[in-house]
Write a protein that binds this ligand. Structure first.
Ligand code: ADP
Length: 491
C-alpha cells in the first residue's frame, strides 16, 4: 500500500459518521454522501440530521450550559490545551480528511492543522484572563462593578473552505468563555469537523458541551433552533446572502450574532514596491486554498508603470504550478470544491474575456475526473468588469492598471464588502495614509499572509460583524453584567 492510501485508510478509520449529541454518537435513518472533488467519487456517507436532531442538540447544550459556565476557567483552559495537543497528534488524520473532502494539497492541509490548532492554544490561554472592572462613578455616588458571563448556548455554522480552522476559530473562544456549543459543519466538508468532535470527546469535554449535527437540509434544522429562546449566540462564516438571511432570523429572537461573510480583497501594487516580493505575495494570497478564501486577493490594482511586468511575472509563476489531486506528491493546486463552483468561476472568466481582458495564462477547465481549473491571470481589465467587482473564490487573478493613489483608493473602496486589503509599497507615509482610508477590517502590508490566531479577523460593511481570534475573539461569547453599589463613604 502506498503512503497516501495508508493515510486515507487511517483517516477513514478514525472519523465517525454519526451525530454527536449529549456525549453520545448516534446514527440516523437517512445519510448523505461526501464527495472527493479531486475524483468526483464518494468518500463515505454520513448521518443526515433532521430538525428534531437539531433540537435534541440544543436540548443537550442548554442542559450542560450552567455546569460548563461554572467549571473553573483553568479546567476549561486545560481541556482546550489537551485538545490542541490531540489535534497535533492526529495531524495526519486531519490533514488527510481535509484534502479528501475539500481538495487542498496535503501540504496546505498540514498548514491548516497548525493554524486551526493554534486557536485552541490561544483561547486556552485567554480562558483564564476574563476580567471585569471596579470603578467609581464620575459623581462619586456609585461604585461600578462589571463581571463577564458566557452568553449561553452557541450555534456555530461553518463553511467548506477551511474545515478545521473555521470550527476551531468559533468553538475555542466559545468553550473558553463558558458557552456550550452546537457545530453545524458545511455539507460539503463535514468529515474534518466530525473528527474534531471525536478528538474533543477523547480529551474529556463533558457531555452536552460540544455537539455536532451535520445535515443536507440546513435551514429547516437551524431555523427552529435560532427561534428557540435557549439559543443565545449564532456565529456564522459563509456567503453574504446567507449571513443576511441568518441575521434576519436571529433578529426574531434577538440572538447575538458574529458574521464573517464575503470579501473582495484589493491587492494594490505601487510603483515603489519591491516587485519580486509583490509577485510572490500575489501568488501566495491568490493560490492559497485554490483562491477559495474570503481574504484571498481578489482584484489586483497595479500602477501602470509596472503593470505589464507584474502581469508577466505573475503569469510565469502561475504557469509553473502543478495542478492535480492534492494527495499526490508535489501538487501545488488542488481541485475546485465542486462542479457547481467550477462552473461559476468559468462563467466569470468567460465574461472577463468578453469585457476585453487579455488572458496571460490559464483560463480553462482541466479535463476530469475531478473539478480542476487552471491558475489564471487576466490583464488590462476595465475597473468596471464583473471579475473585478465580485468575489471570485477561485484561482483567477484579474489585473487593473491605475495612475494615482486617490484613484486606486476609489476603486478599492467602491465595494459593498470590506474584509481584507493588501498594499505593496516602499513608503511608510503611504502605508499610514492608505491604512486610514481603506474601508476594510484587515490590511496586509508588503505581505500576502495576515491570518493569525492572535489577530482579530473580521470585516466591515457587508463582510460582517464581530471579530474572531485575538483578545477580541472571546468577547463575542461574553456578556457584561454591571453591579452598582452606593458610595461606601456616604452615610
Ligand atoms: P459557502 O457555501 O460559500 O460557504 P454558504 O453561506 O452557502 O456559503 O454556506 C456556509 C454555511 O452555511 C454552510 O454550513 C451551509 O450549510 C450553511 N447554510 C447555507 N444556507 C443556510 C441557511 N439558509 N440557514 C442556515 N445555514 C445555512
Amino acid at each position: 500500500m502506498d503512503e497516501s492510501a495508508r493515510l486515507v485508510e487511517a483517516a477513514l478509520a478514525y472519523v465517525p459518521t454519526g451525530l454527536y449529541i449529549d456525549g453520545t454518537w448516534r446514527s440516523t435513518e437517512n445519510t448523505f454522501d461526501v464527495i472527493n472533488p479531486a475524483t468526483g467519487a464518494v468518500i463515505t456517507a454520513i448521518s443526515d440530521a433532521t430538525p428534531e436532531d437539531g433540537m435534541a442538540a440544543l436540548d443537550a447544550a442548554a442542559r450542560a450550559q450552567e455546569s460548563w459556565a461554572a467549571t473553573a476557567p483553568r479546567v476549561r483552559a486545560e481541556l482546550l490545551r489537551a485538545l490542541f495537543e490531540c489535534v497535533h497528534e492526529l495531524r495526519d488524520v486531519f490533514a488527510t480528511l481535509m484534502t479528501l473532502e475539500m481538495g487542498k494539497p496535503l501540504t496546505e492541509s498540514y498548514g491548516e492543522v497548525t493554524y486551526g490548532a493554534e486557536f485552541l492554544r490561544w483561547f486556552s490561554e485567554e480562558a483564564v484572563r476574563i476580567n471585569g472592572r471596579y470603578t467609581p462613578s464620575p459623581e462619586g455616588n456609585l461604585r461600578i462593578l462589571t463581571v463577564k458571563r458566557p452568553v449561553g448556548p452557541a450555534l456555530l455554522i461553518t463553511p467548506w473552505n477551511f474545515p478545521l480552522a473555521m470550527a476551531t476559530r468559533k468553538a475555542a473562544p466559545a468553550l473558553a468563555a463558558g458557552c456550550t456549543t452546537i457545530l453545524k459543519p458545511a455539507g460539503l466538508t463535514p468529515l474534518t469537523s466530525l473528527a474534531f468532535v471525536k478528538a474533543a470527546e477523547e480529551v474529556g469535554f463533558p457531555p452536552g458541551v460540544i455537539n455536532i449535527v451535520a445535515t443536507s437540509r440546513t435551514a429547516p434544522m437551524t431555523g427552529p433552533m435560532i427561534q428557540d429562546p435557549r439559543l443565545r449566540k449564532l456565529s456564522f462564516t459563509g456567503s453574504t446572502p446567507t449571513g443576511m438571511a441568518l441575521m434576519k432570523e436571529a433578529a426574531g429572537n434577538v440572538v447575538r450574532t458574529s458574521m464573517e461573510l464575503g470579501g473582495n480583497a484589493p491587492f494594490i501594487v505601487f510603483e515603489d514596491a519591491d516587485l519580486d516580493a509583490a509577485v510572490t505575495a500575489a501568488r501566495l494570497t491568490k493560490l492559497r486554498n485554490m483562491g477559495e478564501a474570503c481574504n484571498a486577493a481578489n482584484r489586483f490594482y497595479v500602477h501602470s508603470s509596472v503593470a505589464q511586468k507584474f502581469g508577466e511575472r505573475l503569469a510565469a509563476e502561475l504557469s509553473a504550478l502543478r495542478v492535480g489531486n492534492g494527495l499526490a506528491e508535489g501538487i501545488d493546486v488542488g481541485p475546485i470544491v465542486s462542479d457547481v463552483e467550477r462552473d461559476r468561476i468559468d462563467g466569470m472568466v468567460q465574461a472577463a474575456i468578453e469585457d476585453g481582458g487579455t488572458v496571460l495564462v490559464g483560463g480553462n477547465r482541466v479535463a476530469g475526473p475531478g473539478f480542476f481549473f487552471e491558475p489564471t491571470v487576466i490583464a488590462n481589465l476595465p475597473a468596471t468588469s464583473t471579475l473585478v467587482n465580485e468575489e471570485i473564490f477561485g484561482p483567477v487573478a484579474p489585473i487593473v492598471p491605475f495612475e494615482t493613489e486617490d484613484e486606486v483608493l476609489g476603486y478599492a473602496n467602491n465595494s459593498d464588502v470590506g474584509l481584507a486589503a493588501y498594499v505593496h509599497t516602499g513608503s511608510i507615509e503611504r502605508v499610514l495614509r492608505i491604512a486610514e482610508r481603506l474601508e476594510v477590517g484587515m490590511i496586509g502590508i508588503n505581505s500576502g499572509t495576515i491570518s493569525n490566531a492572535a489577530a482579530p479577523f473580521g470585516g466591515v460593511k457587508h463582510s460582517g460583524t464581530g471579530r474572531e481570534g485575538g483578545s477580541e475573539g472571546i468577547e463575542e461569547y461574553l456578556e457584561t453584567v454591571y453591579v452598582g453599589f452606593p458610595d461606601p463613604f456616604t452615610k
